[in-house]
Design a binder for this molecule. Structure first.
Ligand code: COA
Length: 383
Protein backbone atom coordinates (compact mmCIF):
# COMPACT_ATOMS: atom_id res chain seq x y z
CA UNK A 1 0.00 0.00 0.00
CA UNK A 2 1.14 3.53 -0.80
CA UNK A 3 1.12 6.07 2.01
CA UNK A 4 -2.14 8.05 2.07
CA UNK A 5 -2.99 11.51 3.38
CA UNK A 6 -5.99 13.72 4.02
CA UNK A 7 -5.41 17.19 2.63
CA UNK A 8 -8.81 18.87 2.51
CA UNK A 9 -11.93 18.95 4.69
CA UNK A 10 -15.37 20.56 4.47
CA UNK A 11 -18.72 20.24 6.19
CA UNK A 12 -22.06 21.97 6.49
CA UNK A 13 -23.47 23.11 9.78
CA UNK A 14 -25.31 20.17 11.38
CA UNK A 15 -28.94 20.64 12.42
CA UNK A 16 -32.42 20.99 10.97
CA UNK A 17 -31.45 22.49 7.62
CA UNK A 18 -34.91 23.09 6.18
CA UNK A 19 -33.59 25.30 3.40
CA UNK A 20 -31.00 22.80 2.07
CA UNK A 21 -31.86 19.81 -0.12
CA UNK A 22 -29.60 16.76 0.13
CA UNK A 23 -27.73 17.62 -3.07
CA UNK A 24 -26.97 21.18 -1.92
CA UNK A 25 -25.66 20.00 1.44
CA UNK A 26 -23.35 17.47 -0.17
CA UNK A 27 -22.11 19.94 -2.76
CA UNK A 28 -21.39 22.59 -0.13
CA UNK A 29 -19.28 20.15 1.90
CA UNK A 30 -17.52 18.73 -1.18
CA UNK A 31 -16.64 22.12 -2.67
CA UNK A 32 -15.30 23.32 0.68
CA UNK A 33 -13.08 20.22 0.92
CA UNK A 34 -11.84 20.61 -2.68
CA UNK A 35 -11.07 24.26 -2.05
CA UNK A 36 -9.35 23.47 1.25
CA UNK A 37 -7.13 20.87 -0.46
CA UNK A 38 -6.31 23.17 -3.35
CA UNK A 39 -6.83 20.41 -5.94
CA UNK A 40 -8.10 21.21 -9.44
CA UNK A 41 -9.84 17.84 -10.01
CA UNK A 42 -10.83 14.59 -8.32
CA UNK A 43 -10.31 11.15 -9.89
CA UNK A 44 -13.27 9.49 -8.19
CA UNK A 45 -15.63 9.84 -5.25
CA UNK A 46 -17.43 7.86 -2.55
CA UNK A 47 -20.67 8.91 -0.86
CA UNK A 48 -21.66 7.46 2.52
CA UNK A 49 -25.44 7.51 3.01
CA UNK A 50 -27.51 5.20 5.15
CA UNK A 51 -30.93 5.59 3.65
CA UNK A 52 -31.55 8.45 1.23
CA UNK A 53 -34.35 6.32 -0.24
CA UNK A 54 -36.31 6.24 3.02
CA UNK A 55 -35.38 9.74 4.20
CA UNK A 56 -35.91 11.74 0.98
CA UNK A 57 -37.08 9.10 -1.49
CA UNK A 58 -33.95 9.45 -3.61
CA UNK A 59 -31.73 6.51 -4.53
CA UNK A 60 -28.92 6.41 -7.12
CA UNK A 61 -27.26 9.30 -5.33
CA UNK A 62 -23.62 8.54 -6.25
CA UNK A 63 -24.32 9.60 -9.85
CA UNK A 64 -26.75 12.35 -8.85
CA UNK A 65 -24.20 13.97 -6.53
CA UNK A 66 -21.28 13.62 -8.97
CA UNK A 67 -23.42 15.37 -11.58
CA UNK A 68 -24.54 18.09 -9.17
CA UNK A 69 -20.93 18.62 -8.11
CA UNK A 70 -20.00 19.14 -11.77
CA UNK A 71 -17.86 16.02 -12.12
CA UNK A 72 -20.26 13.66 -13.92
CA UNK A 73 -18.22 11.07 -15.77
CA UNK A 74 -15.85 10.10 -12.97
CA UNK A 75 -16.41 6.88 -11.01
CA UNK A 76 -18.76 7.60 -8.09
CA UNK A 77 -19.85 4.97 -5.58
CA UNK A 78 -22.38 5.01 -2.76
CA UNK A 79 -21.37 3.21 0.42
CA UNK A 80 -23.93 1.92 2.93
CA UNK A 81 -23.20 0.49 6.34
CA UNK A 82 -25.95 2.14 8.42
CA UNK A 83 -24.44 4.81 10.72
CA UNK A 84 -20.92 3.66 9.72
CA UNK A 85 -21.51 4.61 6.06
CA UNK A 86 -19.36 7.76 6.30
CA UNK A 87 -16.39 6.08 7.94
CA UNK A 88 -16.58 3.29 5.40
CA UNK A 89 -16.67 5.79 2.50
CA UNK A 90 -13.40 7.26 3.79
CA UNK A 91 -11.94 3.76 4.10
CA UNK A 92 -12.84 2.97 0.47
CA UNK A 93 -11.08 6.16 -0.64
CA UNK A 94 -8.02 5.25 1.45
CA UNK A 95 -7.90 1.77 -0.11
CA UNK A 96 -8.32 3.14 -3.65
CA UNK A 97 -5.52 5.67 -3.23
CA UNK A 98 -3.36 3.22 -1.27
CA UNK A 99 -3.70 0.65 -4.04
CA UNK A 100 -2.53 3.17 -6.62
CA UNK A 101 -5.80 3.10 -8.57
CA UNK A 102 -6.37 6.85 -8.08
CA UNK A 103 -4.36 9.78 -6.77
CA UNK A 104 -7.10 12.15 -5.59
CA UNK A 105 -10.39 10.84 -4.21
CA UNK A 106 -13.25 12.66 -2.50
CA UNK A 107 -14.94 10.79 0.36
CA UNK A 108 -18.14 12.32 1.65
CA UNK A 109 -21.21 11.50 3.64
CA UNK A 110 -24.69 12.98 3.72
CA UNK A 111 -28.09 12.44 5.30
CA UNK A 112 -31.26 14.51 5.19
CA UNK A 113 -33.31 13.16 8.09
CA UNK A 114 -35.74 15.92 9.10
CA UNK A 115 -37.89 16.21 5.97
CA UNK A 116 -40.98 14.74 7.56
CA UNK A 117 -40.45 10.98 7.39
CA UNK A 118 -40.58 8.86 10.53
CA UNK A 119 -36.82 8.98 11.10
CA UNK A 120 -36.95 6.54 14.01
CA UNK A 121 -38.72 3.96 11.84
CA UNK A 122 -36.20 4.50 9.02
CA UNK A 123 -33.28 4.12 11.43
CA UNK A 124 -34.76 0.89 12.78
CA UNK A 125 -34.17 -0.73 9.37
CA UNK A 126 -30.50 -0.92 10.40
CA UNK A 127 -31.50 -3.38 13.14
CA UNK A 128 -32.37 -7.01 12.44
CA UNK A 129 -35.80 -6.71 10.80
CA UNK A 130 -37.12 -10.16 11.67
CA UNK A 131 -35.84 -10.46 15.23
CA UNK A 132 -35.76 -6.83 16.40
CA UNK A 133 -37.45 -4.07 14.36
CA UNK A 134 -40.56 -6.12 13.48
CA UNK A 135 -41.24 -6.51 17.19
CA UNK A 136 -41.12 -2.75 17.73
CA UNK A 137 -37.72 -2.21 19.30
CA UNK A 138 -35.89 0.94 18.21
CA UNK A 139 -32.24 1.94 18.65
CA UNK A 140 -32.84 3.77 21.94
CA UNK A 141 -34.39 0.49 23.14
CA UNK A 142 -31.45 -1.63 21.97
CA UNK A 143 -28.87 0.65 23.59
CA UNK A 144 -31.02 0.70 26.74
CA UNK A 145 -30.48 -3.07 26.94
CA UNK A 146 -26.73 -2.51 26.73
CA UNK A 147 -26.92 0.21 29.39
CA UNK A 148 -28.91 -1.97 31.78
CA UNK A 149 -26.44 -4.82 31.35
CA UNK A 150 -23.45 -2.51 31.93
CA UNK A 151 -25.06 -1.00 35.04
CA UNK A 152 -25.87 -4.45 36.40
CA UNK A 153 -22.43 -5.95 35.63
CA UNK A 154 -20.15 -3.06 36.57
CA UNK A 155 -22.22 -0.78 38.78
CA UNK A 156 -22.19 1.99 36.16
CA UNK A 157 -24.52 4.70 37.43
CA UNK A 158 -27.25 6.88 35.93
CA UNK A 159 -25.11 9.91 36.88
CA UNK A 160 -22.12 8.56 34.94
CA UNK A 161 -24.28 8.16 31.81
CA UNK A 162 -25.43 11.76 32.25
CA UNK A 163 -21.83 12.94 32.54
CA UNK A 164 -21.11 11.71 28.99
CA UNK A 165 -23.82 14.02 27.65
CA UNK A 166 -22.70 16.92 29.87
CA UNK A 167 -19.09 16.56 28.65
CA UNK A 168 -20.06 16.34 24.98
CA UNK A 169 -22.37 19.37 25.24
CA UNK A 170 -19.52 21.28 26.97
CA UNK A 171 -17.32 20.44 23.96
CA UNK A 172 -20.16 21.11 21.49
CA UNK A 173 -20.69 24.56 22.98
CA UNK A 174 -17.29 25.42 21.44
CA UNK A 175 -18.25 24.12 17.98
CA UNK A 176 -20.10 26.58 15.71
CA UNK A 177 -21.10 23.70 13.38
CA UNK A 178 -22.92 21.81 16.15
CA UNK A 179 -26.68 21.23 16.17
CA UNK A 180 -26.82 21.88 19.94
CA UNK A 181 -23.95 24.29 20.70
CA UNK A 182 -24.89 24.77 24.35
CA UNK A 183 -24.06 23.33 27.75
CA UNK A 184 -26.40 21.13 29.76
CA UNK A 185 -26.30 20.01 33.39
CA UNK A 186 -26.36 16.56 34.94
CA UNK A 187 -29.74 17.45 36.47
CA UNK A 188 -31.14 18.40 33.05
CA UNK A 189 -30.13 15.00 31.67
CA UNK A 190 -31.50 13.13 34.69
CA UNK A 191 -34.84 14.99 34.45
CA UNK A 192 -35.26 14.90 30.67
CA UNK A 193 -38.04 12.85 29.08
CA UNK A 194 -37.71 9.09 29.53
CA UNK A 195 -37.11 7.32 26.21
CA UNK A 196 -36.16 3.75 27.21
CA UNK A 197 -34.95 3.10 30.75
CA UNK A 198 -32.32 4.17 31.69
CA UNK A 199 -31.88 6.35 28.58
CA UNK A 200 -33.57 9.75 28.56
CA UNK A 201 -33.89 12.36 25.79
CA UNK A 202 -30.54 13.96 26.65
CA UNK A 203 -28.77 10.59 26.51
CA UNK A 204 -29.65 10.32 22.82
CA UNK A 205 -28.05 11.71 19.68
CA UNK A 206 -30.62 13.74 17.74
CA UNK A 207 -32.14 13.48 14.27
CA UNK A 208 -30.02 15.71 12.01
CA UNK A 209 -29.38 17.00 8.49
CA UNK A 210 -25.83 17.51 7.29
CA UNK A 211 -22.96 16.62 5.01
CA UNK A 212 -19.19 16.28 5.34
CA UNK A 213 -16.36 15.55 2.89
CA UNK A 214 -12.61 15.00 2.84
CA UNK A 215 -10.00 14.81 0.09
CA UNK A 216 -7.80 11.73 0.21
CA UNK A 217 -4.56 11.71 -1.81
CA UNK A 218 -1.30 9.84 -2.15
CA UNK A 219 1.53 11.24 -0.02
CA UNK A 220 3.31 12.35 -3.23
CA UNK A 221 0.37 14.48 -4.31
CA UNK A 222 -0.11 15.79 -0.77
CA UNK A 223 3.49 16.99 -0.57
CA UNK A 224 3.14 18.94 -3.83
CA UNK A 225 -0.03 20.73 -2.69
CA UNK A 226 1.75 22.60 0.09
CA UNK A 227 -1.23 22.27 2.46
CA UNK A 228 -1.15 20.77 5.99
CA UNK A 229 -0.85 16.99 5.68
CA UNK A 230 -2.56 14.47 7.92
CA UNK A 231 -1.35 10.95 7.25
CA UNK A 232 -3.68 7.94 7.47
CA UNK A 233 -1.74 5.50 9.64
CA UNK A 234 -4.43 2.82 9.71
CA UNK A 235 -7.93 1.85 8.65
CA UNK A 236 -9.60 -1.05 10.45
CA UNK A 237 -13.00 -2.50 9.59
CA UNK A 238 -14.99 -5.31 11.23
CA UNK A 239 -18.52 -6.67 11.28
CA UNK A 240 -20.76 -8.62 13.64
CA UNK A 241 -24.29 -10.05 13.65
CA UNK A 242 -27.07 -7.45 13.48
CA UNK A 243 -29.18 -8.79 16.32
CA UNK A 244 -28.13 -7.78 19.82
CA UNK A 245 -29.39 -11.08 21.26
CA UNK A 246 -26.74 -12.99 19.25
CA UNK A 247 -23.98 -11.27 21.20
CA UNK A 248 -22.61 -13.47 23.97
CA UNK A 249 -21.94 -10.49 26.26
CA UNK A 250 -24.24 -7.46 25.87
CA UNK A 251 -21.79 -5.22 27.75
CA UNK A 252 -19.38 -5.49 24.82
CA UNK A 253 -19.36 -4.40 21.16
CA UNK A 254 -16.91 -6.93 19.67
CA UNK A 255 -16.75 -5.35 16.18
CA UNK A 256 -15.26 -2.22 17.77
CA UNK A 257 -12.57 -4.25 19.52
CA UNK A 258 -11.79 -6.13 16.30
CA UNK A 259 -11.63 -3.02 14.08
CA UNK A 260 -9.42 -1.32 16.69
CA UNK A 261 -7.10 -4.32 16.95
CA UNK A 262 -6.60 -4.27 13.16
CA UNK A 263 -6.00 -0.52 13.17
CA UNK A 264 -3.54 -0.54 16.09
CA UNK A 265 -1.61 -3.38 14.43
CA UNK A 266 -1.45 -1.52 11.10
CA UNK A 267 -0.28 1.66 12.79
CA UNK A 268 2.15 -0.16 15.09
CA UNK A 269 0.66 1.70 18.04
CA UNK A 270 -1.04 0.97 21.36
CA UNK A 271 -4.08 2.82 22.79
CA UNK A 272 -1.81 4.80 25.15
CA UNK A 273 -0.31 6.60 22.13
CA UNK A 274 -3.66 8.11 21.05
CA UNK A 275 -3.95 11.74 22.10
CA UNK A 276 -7.61 12.34 21.23
CA UNK A 277 -10.52 10.40 19.77
CA UNK A 278 -13.86 10.96 18.11
CA UNK A 279 -16.10 8.02 18.96
CA UNK A 280 -19.63 6.95 18.10
CA UNK A 281 -21.69 8.28 21.04
CA UNK A 282 -25.10 7.69 19.46
CA UNK A 283 -26.24 7.12 23.05
CA UNK A 284 -24.30 7.92 26.23
CA UNK A 285 -23.81 4.22 26.98
CA UNK A 286 -22.26 3.73 23.53
CA UNK A 287 -19.40 6.11 24.34
CA UNK A 288 -18.73 4.25 27.59
CA UNK A 289 -18.59 0.79 26.02
CA UNK A 290 -16.59 2.03 23.02
CA UNK A 291 -13.88 3.66 25.17
CA UNK A 292 -13.50 0.27 26.87
CA UNK A 293 -13.35 -1.62 23.55
CA UNK A 294 -10.72 0.80 22.23
CA UNK A 295 -8.54 0.13 25.28
CA UNK A 296 -8.64 3.71 26.57
CA UNK A 297 -10.02 2.51 29.91
CA UNK A 298 -10.32 -0.87 31.61
CA UNK A 299 -13.56 -2.78 31.21
CA UNK A 300 -16.15 -1.55 33.66
CA UNK A 301 -14.21 1.66 34.49
CA UNK A 302 -15.55 3.92 31.69
CA UNK A 303 -18.26 5.51 33.85
CA UNK A 304 -15.73 6.46 36.50
CA UNK A 305 -13.35 7.78 33.80
CA UNK A 306 -15.93 10.15 32.32
CA UNK A 307 -17.07 11.46 35.71
CA UNK A 308 -13.49 12.11 36.85
CA UNK A 309 -12.78 14.14 33.69
CA UNK A 310 -10.28 11.72 32.11
CA UNK A 311 -12.09 11.92 28.74
CA UNK A 312 -12.85 15.64 28.59
CA UNK A 313 -10.80 18.45 27.03
CA UNK A 314 -7.76 18.86 29.26
CA UNK A 315 -8.08 15.26 30.50
CA UNK A 316 -5.86 12.22 29.88
CA UNK A 317 -7.57 11.25 26.60
CA UNK A 318 -10.07 13.83 25.30
CA UNK A 319 -13.02 12.07 23.64
CA UNK A 320 -15.44 13.80 21.28
CA UNK A 321 -13.95 17.27 21.33
CA UNK A 322 -16.36 18.18 18.50
CA UNK A 323 -19.34 17.61 20.78
CA UNK A 324 -19.75 14.10 19.41
CA UNK A 325 -22.91 12.77 17.86
CA UNK A 326 -24.74 13.90 21.00
CA UNK A 327 -24.20 17.67 20.68
CA UNK A 328 -22.78 18.12 17.18
CA UNK A 329 -25.62 16.04 15.72
CA UNK A 330 -25.90 12.71 13.91
CA UNK A 331 -26.81 12.92 10.20
CA UNK A 332 -26.06 9.22 10.03
CA UNK A 333 -24.26 8.91 6.66
CA UNK A 334 -22.15 12.02 7.35
CA UNK A 335 -21.16 11.36 10.97
CA UNK A 336 -18.12 9.15 10.26
CA UNK A 337 -16.69 11.73 7.85
CA UNK A 338 -17.29 14.56 10.31
CA UNK A 339 -15.36 12.60 12.95
CA UNK A 340 -12.36 12.47 10.59
CA UNK A 341 -12.70 16.23 10.02
CA UNK A 342 -12.54 16.99 13.75
CA UNK A 343 -9.39 14.90 14.16
CA UNK A 344 -7.80 16.48 11.06
CA UNK A 345 -8.55 19.96 12.46
CA UNK A 346 -7.02 18.95 15.80
CA UNK A 347 -3.87 17.52 14.17
CA UNK A 348 -3.51 20.65 12.05
CA UNK A 349 -3.73 22.72 15.24
CA UNK A 350 -6.76 24.58 13.86
CA UNK A 351 -9.51 23.43 16.25
CA UNK A 352 -9.78 26.83 17.95
CA UNK A 353 -11.21 26.77 21.47
CA UNK A 354 -11.46 22.97 21.26
CA UNK A 355 -7.76 22.50 20.50
CA UNK A 356 -5.94 19.67 22.27
CA UNK A 357 -2.52 21.30 22.69
CA UNK A 358 0.20 19.68 20.62
CA UNK A 359 -1.98 16.77 19.44
CA UNK A 360 -0.14 14.62 16.89
CA UNK A 361 -2.05 11.30 16.78
CA UNK A 362 -5.84 10.88 16.83
CA UNK A 363 -8.38 8.10 16.31
CA UNK A 364 -11.90 7.92 14.92
CA UNK A 365 -14.43 5.13 15.59
CA UNK A 366 -17.68 4.97 13.63
CA UNK A 367 -20.22 2.15 13.94
CA UNK A 368 -23.46 0.95 12.42
CA UNK A 369 -26.57 -0.23 14.28
CA UNK A 370 -25.86 -1.62 17.71
CA UNK A 371 -22.33 -2.45 16.56
CA UNK A 372 -22.78 -4.78 13.58
CA UNK A 373 -20.21 -2.76 11.62
CA UNK A 374 -17.33 -0.62 12.77
CA UNK A 375 -14.59 1.42 11.13
CA UNK A 376 -11.56 2.74 13.03
CA UNK A 377 -9.04 5.17 11.56
CA UNK A 378 -5.78 6.36 13.11
CA UNK A 379 -4.39 9.65 11.82
CA UNK A 380 -1.10 11.49 12.33
CA UNK A 381 -0.39 15.16 11.73
CA UNK A 382 2.89 15.42 9.80
CA UNK A 383 3.04 19.08 8.79
N1 COA B 1 -30.72 15.93 22.37
C1 COA B 1 -31.10 17.16 22.76
N2 COA B 1 -32.27 17.72 22.42
C2 COA B 1 -33.09 17.02 21.62
C3 COA B 1 -32.75 15.73 21.16
C4 COA B 1 -31.52 15.19 21.57
N3 COA B 1 -31.17 13.98 21.18
N4 COA B 1 -33.74 15.27 20.37
C5 COA B 1 -34.67 16.24 20.34
N5 COA B 1 -34.28 17.29 21.09
C6 COA B 1 -35.01 18.49 21.37
C7 COA B 1 -35.59 19.09 20.10
O1 COA B 1 -34.74 20.09 19.56
C8 COA B 1 -36.90 19.67 20.60
O2 COA B 1 -36.60 20.92 21.22
P1 COA B 1 -37.58 22.16 21.00
O3 COA B 1 -38.91 21.70 21.54
O4 COA B 1 -36.92 23.26 21.78
O5 COA B 1 -37.59 22.38 19.51
C9 COA B 1 -37.32 18.72 21.70
O6 COA B 1 -36.11 18.10 22.16
C10 COA B 1 -38.31 17.67 21.23
O7 COA B 1 -37.83 17.15 20.00
P2 COA B 1 -38.57 16.04 19.19
O8 COA B 1 -38.05 16.10 17.79
O9 COA B 1 -40.06 16.12 19.41
O10 COA B 1 -38.02 14.74 19.88
P3 COA B 1 -38.53 13.28 19.66
O11 COA B 1 -39.18 12.89 20.95
O12 COA B 1 -39.30 13.14 18.41
O13 COA B 1 -37.17 12.47 19.47
C11 COA B 1 -35.45 11.09 20.32
C12 COA B 1 -36.23 12.40 20.49
C13 COA B 1 -34.40 11.02 21.41
C14 COA B 1 -36.40 9.89 20.47
C15 COA B 1 -34.80 11.09 18.93
O14 COA B 1 -33.95 12.22 18.82
C16 COA B 1 -34.01 9.83 18.68
O15 COA B 1 -34.57 8.76 18.44
N6 COA B 1 -32.68 9.90 18.71
C17 COA B 1 -31.87 8.74 18.41
C18 COA B 1 -31.54 8.69 16.95
C19 COA B 1 -30.91 7.39 16.57
O16 COA B 1 -31.35 6.32 16.94
N7 COA B 1 -29.83 7.44 15.79
C20 COA B 1 -29.14 6.27 15.33
C21 COA B 1 -28.31 5.75 16.42
S1 COA B 1 -27.68 4.13 16.14
Amino acid sequence: MREVAIVGVGMTRFGELWESPLRNMFTEAALTAIDDAGVDHIDSMYVGAMSSGLFVHQEHIASLLADYLGVAGIPSTRVESACASGGLAVRQAVIEVGAGVSDIVLAGGVEKMTDGVDAIDALATAADQEYEAFHGITFPGLYAFIANAHMHRYGTTREQLADVAVKNHDHGSLNPKAQFPFKITREAVMNSTMVAWPLRLLDCSPVTDGAAAVIVTSMDVAEKLGRPIVKVLASGHATDGLALHSRTDPTTIPAVGRAAEIAFKQAGLTPEKIELAEVHDCFTIAELVVTEELGFVERGRSGEAVSSGETRLGGRIPVNTSGGLKAKGHPVGASGVAQIIEVVEQLRGSAGDRQVEGARIGLTQNMGGSGASCVVHILEGVS
